[in-house]
Structures are given as C-alpha cells and as structure tokens.
Design a binder for this molecule. Structure first.
Ligand code: FRU
Length: 546
C-alpha cells in the first residue's frame, strides 16, 4: 500500500479521495476561476455523480468548496452529469447540466444559478422549479442526450446550445435555441453530425482567431474567425476535432474540406485525455482547455488506493498559423511552481547514448528540450502498407529500443536506475513518398514491473498502451522540441510547441519519488544534439483541495 500512495499526483488537480471524471462548467468570474467536476462522494469507482466545486485565483492553487450540484429533485435524482457554464449579460452565470431522472438513465437538461452573486466563490447553487429546461423529443434517444455546451448568442437575439447524442450510429450535436434562456426550441437540423462515429459525449464548439493568439468569447463571430468542433467518442474513449466555419444562416457547422471528420480525425491528445471542455478567460484573453485523465491501473487497485482520476494541466488553445490544426500549451501559471533548475546545451547523443538529467526531482518535474540534427537523410522509409492513422500500432512495433535512422530519440521519464522501468517519450522520423512523417510516442509498455500487463483497457489488467500520434511539423530547421510534465503517475507531453500532445498514466514500483530518473536518449544512427534542455523540479501548490 505504501507504493500506491506514491502514485498520487502532486501538482495536478486531484481531490484527496474518490472517483472523478469530466471537468464541468469551467469559468472565470469576477477574478476567480471555477472548476466543477464529476465526482463520486462514495467511492473510487464511477457512480452517485455530483458536481464537486473548487475555486482558484491562478489555476494552480485550488480551494475545495461544498458540492455545487447534487441529486435532490425529480429532474436529477439519479445523477447530475456533465454540463457547462455561460455568463449571461449583466454578469450572471448560469449552468446547464444533464440530469438523470430514472434508473434507466433517461437524460434531461437542467439549469442552476448562484444563490448569491455577491459571494465571491459562488458556493451555493439553486436549481429552480421550472426545470428541466429541455427534454428529448420523440425522435431523440433519451439515454444518449447529454452534456450541454456553453451557450452562444446569435445576431437574431437568440441563444444557442448544443447537446451530444446519436441517431443509430451517427454521432450528433443537437441544436436548441432560446430567446430568454428558459424556453428552448430544437432546431430542425443538428449543428453537426457524422456517420459511423457512435454516440457523441461532451461536444465543444468555439471560435478561434485566425492569425492571432488571443482567445475569443464563445459568441464572437466575424471575418478572422474559424471554429473548432470537438466530440468525445463514447465507443473508443478518445476525442477528435475538426476546424471549420459556422454558417450562421443555416445554423450549421461545416468542417473544412481537408479535415477528417471521423475516427481518424485530429486529436487534442493521443493518449489518456477525455471529456474535455474549453472556456474563454476574459482575464487573460485566452481560451483554456481542461481534460480528464482516467486511471490506467486496474479497478481493484483504484479501489485499494481509494482514488481514481485526475484533471490534467489546463492548456491554452490557439489556431496554428497553418490554420490546419490547434496548438496547445500548459497555462503559464504552471511555471510559478518551477523550483530548482538544471540546464544542458550542445550535447551530442550518438547512437545508443543516453545522458542522465541529474539534480532535479525527476518524478515531479517540468522538462523542456530542443533536439537538433544535421540531416534528414537517415530517416527510415515509411512502408506504404503501414496505416498512417494507426500511429499507436507503429509505436508498439518500433519502440524506443528499436534502432532507427533519425530517431528514436527523446526522454526516458520515470525510469528506474537500471531501466527495469521507464516511460519513453520520443520522436522517430520517416520518409514517405510525399514528405517526412514525424512519429511521436509516449510508450507505457515498459513503465512498471507491476503484475498484469495489457494493451487493452478492460479494467482487469493495467492498461499500458504505446500511445502515439504524428506531428505535423516542418523540419526545415532540423529541430524538434518536446516538453513533458512529469508528476508521479502521469506524463503529459507536448511535441513541437504543442502540435501533438500525448498523456500517459503509469505506475512504476521502482521508479518512484527520489528513485525515479530522467534521461535523454538516442537510438538512431543519426547523431542528435540536445540544443538546449531546461528541467525544473516542480513544487507542490500551497493549496490543493485537501
Ligand atoms: C463522459 C460522460 C458524460 C456524462 C458523464 C457522466 O465521461 O460519460 O457523457 O455526462 O461522463 O459522469
């Protein structure tokens, strides 16, 4: 049991005990960030869901409050599921959330408002008697009708909100409109839908600036604006997004032509990251994304530990200058936790070499490294029979120890002294017919000596997948950068400035606390240089929900 405690994260958002899932209703209100989240007050497995509530001035230190929304009325007796906050004119926040009304998981949409707007923390929430606001009509599957988004306001004076669901196997984002936020009418057409994707959970829909770094309020429209539409796929447990336009006349979202709108779409994160939600932060003019990481340990171990689930570090999201994808980066406030620092530069890594990054707490650190190389000539040929959309399979075959040409090179995180355990985060460059393909991996397959190993998530064995994604980056400057946030049982990595992100949950038994090591390595025949490397020990926040 001793070792289990060591798997708790120290600077990620994690309550003292019990199960958590989706971040809910994040918002910035009168100088305070609010984070609500799905929480089981009674145990470390999913169930009895309430909205737990925490507040922060800096997204780093959190103060735990009483539960904001919990089952108490006929319209939410069996659960208070995910939803979002909207700040209405007059600076009035309102939450829309999904209520479960019976033991068949019938879903309706409810609202809640703060009891007292002059309470800076908005501790108490009221669920008025005119709930539910939205119930499924006869055409809608009542058990796949949930997770309302932040509402946006149209030029016609109507609010809009979208709700996730499906029609047969077609994933669907239903659209509702309202003049007064109380009486809602379903639009004839959904905001968006896609064949064969199954049930859509936690949709998100928001504008992003073209050629700009500021975030936008959800209701902003205009010329230099594109839209992002994201869903969480119930079946595969991952999220994908597209970038597109919003046809205001038809009230429809239209992904751009070259966007893949389905299983192989772009992902916020190619690892353990789900049910995410973004919000506009008017304090710093940015859009922030919160995602949840489930455990990858066995359910038995979750129960033994008494806790399950963390919220990942909030990320700013902006449109990449190419317009073809998003860039994500940990919020700058995280840097206030940086403690002792070590630096390296101009260090060659020949084939088979590794360098230990000493002098920091490797199990609780922030590492930012830029690698460079002289030539792309040694990049291995990408076999045309390989599936370009199955990066994970490629990574499971070509792991960090398999010699390559240009790469594999990167970091060995949470490594034990003799490398019995390690979680490598690395790149490997391939040459395809038309261009170079950069594979990024975060490979949990050798992360622990704990018994039971599976690349399938079934809750019976620990899930140790070789998560991977391709990085759409121009290699003209012959550089690749990597930032990893390492926190005992989580490694959150940002490749090439946040172009590709991968989160892994891992449970070493040797590489724990001060027994964990960090290395930079290269197993490719092309020599790779550590241009610059900065690594920091991370402090614990002074206040974190205890
Ligand atoms: C996603 C989800 C949501 C639902 C909530 C229930 O993880 O299944 O669709 O509202 O969790 O806790």
């Amino acid at each position: 049991n001793h070792v289990y405690h060591l798997h708790r994260t120290r600077y990620h958002f994690q309550p003292r005990k019990n199960w958590i899932n989706d971040p809910n209703g994040p918002m910035y209100y009168n100088g305070i960030y609010h984070l609500f989240y799905q929480y089981n007050p009674k145990g470390a497995v999913w169930g009895n869901i309430v909205w737990a509530h925490s507040v922060s001035k800096d997204l780093v230190n959190w103060k735990k409050l009483e539960h904001a929304i919990y089952p108490s009325k006929p319209f939410d007796q069996y659960g208070c599921w995910s939803g979002s906050a909207t700040v209405l004119p007059g600076n009035k926040p309102v939450i829309l959330y999904t209520g479960i009304v019976d033991d068949k998981q019938t879903q309706v949409q409810n609202y809640a408002v703060p009891a007292n707007l002059s309470d800076p923390y908005l501790r108490l929430w009221i669920k008025p008697d005119n709930n539910p606001l939205i119930v499924a009509d006869n055409w809608v599957n009542k058990t796949a009708f949930r997770d309302p988004t932040t509402a946006w306001f149209g030029k016609d004076g109507k609010w809009r909100v979208t709700i996730g669901g499906r029609r047969k196997h077609r994933g669907m984002a239903f659209l509702y409109r309202s003049k007064d936020f109380m009486r809602w009418t379903k639009a004839k057409h959904p905001l968006h839908s896609a064949a064969g994707t199954g049930n859509w959970e936690c949709p998100d829909f928001f504008p992003v600036q073209v050629n700009g770094k500021n975030g936008l309020d959800t209701s902003v429209t205009g010329r230099n604006v594109k839209y992002v539409f994201k869903v969480s796929l119930d079946v595969t447990r991952y999220e994908y997004y597209t970038i597109g336009t919003y046809d205001i006349k038809k009230d429809k979202y239209i992904p751009e032509k070259d966007m893949i709108d389905g299983w192989n779409g772009l992902r916020y994160d190619y690892g353990n990251f789900y049910a995410s939600k973004s919000f506009f932060d008017p304090g710093k003019n940015r859009r922030i994304l919160w995602g949840w990481a489930n455990e990858s340990d066995t359910t038995d171990n979750d129960v033994k530990k008494g806790w399950a689930g963390i919220q990942l570090i909030p990320r700013t999201v902006v449109l990449d200058p190419s317009g073809k994808q998003l860039l994500q980066w940990p919020v700058e406030e995280l840097e206030t936790l940086r403690g002792k620092k070590v630096e390296l530069s101009n260090q060659n890594l020949n084939k088979g070499e590794k360098i230990e990054i000493k002098g920091i707490t490797a199990a609780q650190s922030d590492v930012d490294v830029t690698f460079s190389f002289n030539s792309l000539d040694k990049a291995e040929t990408f076999d045309p029979s390989w599936d370009r959309y199955d990066a994970q399979k490629l990574c499971s075959q070509k792991g960090s120890t398999v010699e390559g040409g240009l790469g594999p090179f990167g970091l060995l995180t949470l490594a034990s002294e003799n490398l019995e355990e390690y979680t490598p985060v690395f790149f490997r460059v391939f040459k395809a017919q038309d261009k170079h393909l950069v594979l990024m991996c975060s490979d949990a397959s050798r992360s622990t000596l704990m018994n039971g190993n599976s690349s399938m998530k079934d809750g019976k064995d620990a899930y140790r997948p070789s998560f991977a994604g391709f990085v759409n980056v121009d290699l003209n400057d012959k550089k690749l950068s990597l930032r990893s946030l390492i926190d005992h049982s989580v490694v959150e990595s940002f490749g090439a400035g946040g172009r590709t992100c991968i989160t892994s949950r891992v449970y070493p038994i040797l590489a724990v606390c001060d027994k964990a090591h960090l290395y930079a390595f290269n197993n490719g025949t092309e020599t790779v240089k550590i241009d610059t490397l900065k690594a920091w020990s991370m402090n614990r926040p002074k206040e974190m929900n205890h």
